[in-house]
Design a protein around this ligand. Sequence first.
Ligand SMILES: CCCCCCCCCCCCCC(=O)CC(=O)SCCNC(=O)CCNC(=O)[C@H](O)C(C)(C)COP(=O)(O)OP(=O)(O)OC[C@H]1O[C@@H](n2cnc3c(N)ncnc32)[C@H](O)[C@@H]1OP(=O)(O)O
Ligand SMILES: NC(=O)C1=CN([C@@H]2O[C@H](COP(=O)(O)OP(=O)(O)OC[C@H]3O[C@@H](n4cnc5c(N)ncnc54)[C@H](O)[C@@H]3O)[C@@H](O)[C@H]2O)C=CC1
Length: 284
Amino acid sequence: MASQLQHRLRSALALVTGAGSGIGRAVSVRLAGEGATVAACDLDGAAAQETVRLLGRPGSKEGPPRGNHAAFQADVSQASAARRLLEQVQACFSRPPSVVVSCAGITQDELLLHMSEDDWDKVIAVNLKGTFLVTQAAGQALVSSGCSGSIINISSIIGKVGNMGQTNYAASKAGVIGLTQTAARELGRHGIRCNSVLPGFIATPMTQKVPQKVMNKITGMIPMGHLGDPEGFCPLPNILIDVADVVAFLASEDSGYITGASVEVTGMRPTWGGRGQRSGTPTI
Ligand SMILES: CCCCCCCCCCCCCC(=O)CC(=O)SCCNC(=O)CCNC(=O)[C@H](O)C(C)(C)COP(=O)(O)OP(=O)(O)OC[C@H]1O[C@@H](n2cnc3c(N)ncnc32)[C@H](O)[C@@H]1OP(=O)(O)O
Ligand SMILES: NC(=O)C1=CN([C@@H]2O[C@H](COP(=O)(O)OP(=O)(O)OC[C@H]3O[C@@H](n4cnc5c(N)ncnc54)[C@H](O)[C@@H]3O)[C@@H](O)[C@H]2O)C=CC1
């Protein structure tokens, strides 16, 4: 990483939900690599602890005294848990998080004609309501402290174009886009920016449930014929690193005039007639 980026986030305290796996872990590593102190949250507390172990010590010694990175266990779909999470982070670091990245998410895929109400409710509760609850709790903490901040919500390209077997997931991710755009309108006056990122297919535990015959169809759309790789060493031009790059950019003052944006990072040529998005070429 270019040396000038290694301290870009040195004064930031970054709360990352879903930090125990996949994109959330990659984002946590990237933000810490730019000097941020990371509060890694996950439903799986042990997984969050493992992410913190991977982060090592915070970046630069410069800037206000800070503690180490820290792990938190919370179910973001529960309002009381989301409120408690922000309370715990502020108690631990004596300040609200200036960067908040909502990565926590699930799938419960089923074709529309067979999807149960429970399939629908679970996905909406985590992906949409969970993002709402964390965005709200973080916004309240920042506004009451008079602090500015950057909120980055992880949606999905599926929220824009749909996908067979994912009426629940697509609706939740489309909702994240609208939620984030509205939060941007309301919180801008408080110096809080809100943006969403729409990744394409990345090989993480979330995508392992996809049947091979479907995966074959999807990878057929990717120029390099492979999914993004969570370790970042993917045949695609590093789509996961691009996702973490975009999150770090939106977290930093380098994006100081960007809010309400939906940034696509897909690395795939859609079959739905849209212009193919080269990996790392966000559509803002
Ligand atoms: C031509 C390719 C179209 C792809 C368009 C979308 C682009 C994908 C980019 C995604 C990037 C972001 C991803 C993300 O945010 C993270 C995730 O959500 S990962 C999980 C993604 N989930 C899926 O794609 C759903 C996969 N499908 C399934 O899990 C099962 O099919 C399902 C549980 C929905 C139903 O199972 P079952 O009842 O057993 O039926 P079949 O599996 O036999 O499916 C029936 C029929 O439908 C075809 N099909 C199912 N899903 C998809 C799909 N996503 N895209 C295209 N076609 C799909 C399946 O192949 C069968 O077709 P046949 O011709 O009858 O074999
Ligand atoms: N993998 C992909 O292809 C894509 C993923 N995304 C989104 O990126 C985000 C991260 O996905 P991945 O890293 O792939 O998945 P993942 O399954 O590897 O990680 C998701 C993490 O969220 C945590 N989590 C789940 N429910 C939670 C809850 N209620 N409270 C707190 N934490 C919870 C899980 O424990 C897990 O650690 C999700 O929002 C997903 O929808 C978007 C586009 C593409």
